[in-house]
Design a protein around this ligand. Structure first.
Ligand code: SAM
Length: 217
């Protein structure tokens, strides 16, 4: 498939996401910029701009574009925000966050994926700090974060992650059982009497691969 055709399909996908209710112009712009075909294997490139999750190495998936757009919109990323991603996978979501001018940190538990994603993001000149580890515990060294996005389904909201949020920081995480999860948005706020509170909202149901690890499954 020629480069122009990918560009055309990318634009059509972004228009579809807009029709599906994604409003944040920066999210749409980032999705219209990052070349999703580079983050999947040769045999899946022609499906790169279908609104579907696709297989990547190590039996994992690159999430559906609508899911990525919906979660990124909820994360309310501002230029210069420090964002932690749990579940690097292919590196695509990290590239989207870089395009939104965030400082991006990403943790992946599977070495094969972590190494591949790092090599690809480096090659594309996306400056992401990546480590191979259990991301259910966050990344304390670089905390607190303005935003944390978890791209795997968790049985609960991990305390390590809310602990590593800044005041006014946002956490977006799918929580549920192994077969279906509801998207949870947590915002850490300071009350007038100086108490820290976690405000939780629930959104739609999605289906993610499991978040394994100390504070996951
Ligand atoms: N964000 C990825 C992308 O843009 O391609 C898609 C991520 S995939 C849906 C979920 C990823 O979470 C998998 O690569 C999986 O190995 C990883 N994962 C699961 N549990 C994890 C944990 N405790 N720490 C870090 N990564 C984890």
């Amino acid at each position: 498939m020629g480069l122009n055709l990918y560009g055309l399909k990318r634009r059509e996908l972004v228009e579809q996401l807009h029709r599906l209710g994604i409003k944040d112009k920066n999210v749409l712009k980032a999705l219209n910029t990052v070349k999703r075909e580079l983050f999947v294997g040769e045999e899946f490139k022609r499906f790169a701009y279908d609104n579907n999750a696709l297989p990547i190495s190590s039996n994992q998936t690159i999430s559906q574009p609508y899911t990525i757009a919906f979660m990124t919109e909820l994360l309310a990323v501002k230029k210069g925000d420090s964002i932690l991603e749990v579940g690097t996978g292919s590196g695509y979501q990290a590239a989207i966050l870089c395009e939104m001018d965030a400082d991006v940190y990403s943790v992946e538990r599977l070495e094969e994926l972590s190494v591949q994603a790092k090599a690809l993001l480096d090659k594309l000149n996306y400056k992401v700090k990546i480590k191979c580890d259990d991301g259910s515990m966050g990344w304390k060294e670089y905390s607190p974060f303005d935003g944390i996005i978890v791209t795997a389904g968790s049985p609960k909201v991990p305390k390590s992650l809310t602990d590593q949020l800044n005041i006014n920081g946002r956490l977006v995480i799918p929580v549920g059982d192994r077969s279906s999860q509801r998207l949870i948005h947590v915002r850490k706020v300071k009350t007038k009497d100086n108490k820290i509170k976690l405000l939780k909202d629930q959104y739609k149901d999605f289906r993610f691969v499991p978040l394994l690890g100390e504070e996951g499954w």
